[in-house]
Every structure is written in C-alpha cells, then in structure tokens.
Design a protein around this ligand. Sequence first.
Ligand code: KG4
Ligand code: ZN
Length: 343
Amino acid sequence: MTVRILGIETSCDETAAAVVEQGVMILSNVVASQSDLHAQYGGVFPEMASRSHIETIHSVIASALAQAHVSLDDLTAVAVTRGPGLAGSLLVGLNMAKGLALARGLPLIGINHLEGHIYSLWLSDVAHEVEFPLLALIVSGGHTELILVKRHLQYQRLGGTVDDAAGEAFDKVGRLLGLPYPGGPRVEEAARGGNPEAFDFPRAWMDDSWDFSFSGLKTAVMRAVKQRFPEWDTGRDTTSVDLPVADLAASFQAAIIEVLTEKSVQAAEKHKVKAVLISGGVSANQALCTAISGRAGDMAVYYPPKQLCTDNAAMIAAAGYQHYQAGQRDGWDLDARPTWPLL
Ligand code: KG4
Ligand code: ZN
C-alpha cells in the first residue's frame, strides 16, 4: 500500500502543508510565509503569528491537497509538528491536524520539528545515496544543534547553542547594521563586498564540548558599531551613518562560519560518520556550505535545496512516514511541546 502523508507545520512564522508519498516523494509542498508581517517588528511577534496561522491554515491545506491531486480520502495519516516552537502557533497546526484526522479516521502523528529538518534530506535527490551514521548540523532562527543520526529515528545529541541560535545571531547583527528582517540573507549579501579580516571578532570554541555560543560575537559586533556611532540604539536608522557595513558583515560571518565549520567537521571525524547534513534556514548561506564542504575532505556534505531547508511541511511528512512505519499513533490528547528537545 502506498503511504501518503499530509504534513502540517506551524511552529513559527510559516504556515505550511504538504503531501508526501513513501517518505520521499513530494506531491505538494505549500508554504505561506509571514515574514513580511513580522518585518516591521524586526522579529517574530508571537500573537500575530498564531492569528495569521488561523487565517491561513485552511487555504494552505486545501492548496496542498489540490496541488497533489488528492483528497482527504487518499491520505494514510496526518503528521503535525508538536514542538519545539511558539505555543500558540503550534496549537493551530495541532488542532487542525486533530480535526482532520478525527473526521476522516486517520492516524495522527506528532513530530519533533528538528527531526523534520533531518528528514528534509530524504526529500532531496541524494536520498538514495545516504548512509548512516550521519552528522546533522541544524542551523536556523530558533536552533543550532549537532546531532548524530545513527540510523532512522535513532539520534544522539552532541551539542547545541547555549545562548543565541546561529540564525538569530545573523538576524540580530542584520538589525544592528540597519538591514531589514530577516537579516541572514542580507548579511550574507553585504558580506560579499566586505573584508572578512577587517574586524577581529571572537570565536567561542567552548572547549571540550560540542556546544556553541554566539552572544559574545553579537556583543563584539555591537561594540564595533558603537565605536563609530556612539548613539546607536536598537531600531535607529543607520543609513545616514558611515558604518563599514560590508566589512562588519563579512567579519561577523567569517567568525560564525569558522566555528560552525570546525565543530561540525571535528564532530564528524570523531564519530566517524559517512556524511554531514546541513539543514535549517542558515544552510541557505552559500559561504557556510562552501566552507564545510571544503573542510570535510572525502566526507559527503549534503545541504538540501533551500525550499526544503527552511521551514516546510514536506519534511514533517517525511519524518511522519518513518514514525508511521515504526507504529507511532498519537491520541486525541496530543499536546504542544514548545521546548521539546529531540532527545
Ligand atoms: O529554518 P528557518 O526558516 O526557520 C526557523 O526554524 O527559524 O530559518 C530562518 C533563519 C533566519 O534566522 C534567517 O535569517 C536565516 O535562517 N537565514 C540565513 C540565510 N537565509 C536564511 N542566515 C544566513 N545566511 C542566509 N543566506
Ligand atoms: Zn526550522
């Protein structure tokens, strides 16, 4: 029997639904981003995010079914992100998933969002060549995690950020430099024209652990900005100030990439993995992927296409497929877990 799963994802500011067959074939992958809505606040405004999910989720699911040319009767199960994420946002997706599953007598499967990021790899065109064990670096606006994937659904968390997530650091530095939200892509763009050695920003190596820390780096960038522009304050217009934005962006990006690259490759070597997977929104950063690929030697380095690395529901359906096969069936009391570690 073909297993066809409807995935639903509403953990942050993307309302997403997708239909995936056999855990690998995307029939549809619809994402409605709220980033324009949150741009004016320089970050995600939680209550507005939940309200926007409520307004959009029905049409996003309808589009996902229509684009996949299936009806609810053609589905095998509904997989939904249970956490981690914003509580109010998660509840919108969860309740929608429950309603659909209850009405159609379909199994309900709650999924960890981080596991979804790992399973984005099985939706890419290298899926057939993936071998275990695998080291996953998940870098997004909410997470920076190093996870050893021993085999399907078997993980060991090696480390993660103790303060800001990598994407959060990009976004905060972007804001500091007067670039629009989300800062990550803008910082990368600005960095292309800058000198990565113009500023000697700190690298927090967190010796003897696989953890990361980026708040000191962010503070160092702020100090460098304040040296030129003492009146700097969050939200100030920096466009009329003579800030060396390209050099600051390039030096910041070089520091964060060096730490992510060294730690990932060292962890991969220590655990003798076959490949490294980079996933999450920050993996859209070409300089990061190039650095890890260059440093990894013979080890395979995978970074799925951008639309699968940023938040989407196809990855939730792909993870849902593995859990469905493993027999997971959740009850109608399934609750959101805003701070749900993968292990
Ligand atoms: O995975 P994602 O879409 O959502 C979360 O789960 O957070 O990741 C969004 C994050 C944002 O912080 C954004 O600035 C960052 O990914 N990002 C980037 C780039 N594109 C997106 N960071 C650095 N360079 C990029 N090119
Ligand atoms: Zn994510």
